[in-house]
Design a binder for this molecule. Sequence first.
Ligand SMILES: Nc1ncnc2c1ncn2[C@@H]1O[C@H](COP(=O)(O)OP(=O)(O)OP(=O)(O)O)[C@@H](O)[C@H]1O
Length: 369
Amino acid sequence: MENVPIIQFKHVTKLYDNDPPVLKDVSFEIERGKFYTLLGPSGCGKTTILRLIAGFTEASEGEILFNGNKINHVPANKRQVNTVFQDYALFPHLNVFENVAFGLRIKKMKAPAIESKVKEALNFVNLQGYENREIREMSGGQRQRVAIARAIVNEPEVILLDEPLSALDLKLRTEMQYELRELQRRLGITFIFVTHDQEEALAMSDEIFVLNKGKIQQSGTPIDIYDEPINQFVADFIGESNIVKGKMIEDYLVEFVGRQFECVDQGLDKNEPVEIVIRPEDLEITSTEHGKLKVKVDSLLFRGVHYEISCYDQDGNEWLVHSTKKAAVGTEIGLHFDPEAIHVMRLGETEEEFDRRLEAYADVDNDGE
Ligand SMILES: Nc1ncnc2c1ncn2[C@@H]1O[C@H](COP(=O)(O)OP(=O)(O)OP(=O)(O)O)[C@@H](O)[C@H]1O
């Protein structure tokens, strides 16, 4: 049982009415006890995936499995899953205790057991002593914790969280990110968290699924996805990036902006058209003689930790640079970068092909040691 994924989607397609599909042939596996994030722009199908797992809607095609058993037609109240909604969906006329106790009362649990379970859940989210408070007397962050207590009190195997932090201001949101992550570790329950905020996804998750237009574009750890984006959509969505068109000359040699650069990629065709990603923090400002690229500084913004410098090369490509060094607007500067900073993306590569290519790199690295 331990090795069976807790949730599996096999070729799941979902249409509402006769509209075009909102999920198209989606397959993935969720392992027990990890923190997963579904990340993508508005309308890409994140909430639909949660609703399918919760049993609030049914798949049009494909299979959904829970602990290895098909659950496509299992009603929501028979699934070992609880949802924390964006607006928390708390009952305003009930106090904190009764909000958390609600599900247990429906299950007709005995009063002393309810009392101890609700207390335990409130302790978990640091709301001991708030039992008799009205919901309207609670702050946004406290309501959030009541909603989480209400989910964990049922001891589900999976907790689904649909943009639960989006109503909070930035400071509280950051605090709650730590709290939620910590809570997930202490509980050891599988969390599936939905957000369209890439920083939140990178900070919180064990695994991220990046979605666009009803398809999973890439899945992996935050570092995998940040360092090796599969395509332009992921590179752009997961952080600020410089993306330019290029050509793979041969293994370890790529051309862009009319020049050839040493890189770490291999296994592509000779002269294959590619896209190149370089992260702004991987670009170093230097003199025009020492730079690998010559660019003209267009604007400079102070961002607290670094300057954000926008430059243009001879072909009109924009290059964003994050640097603690300043550069004067209107001057020409050089940009230096290491071969490892160049990420080569194949056009139209599927996730399976991409993973195989990265594995081949790893084999070469290991052989080389
Ligand atoms: N009950 C419904 N009936 C018809 N269409 C729906 C229904 N629910 C969602 N959709 C459509 O399905 C698509 C995906 O919606 P979904 O809510 O899953 O996206 P999302 O990624 O969660 O977006 P958001 O971040 O805006 O919540 C959207 O085009 C939406 O309009």
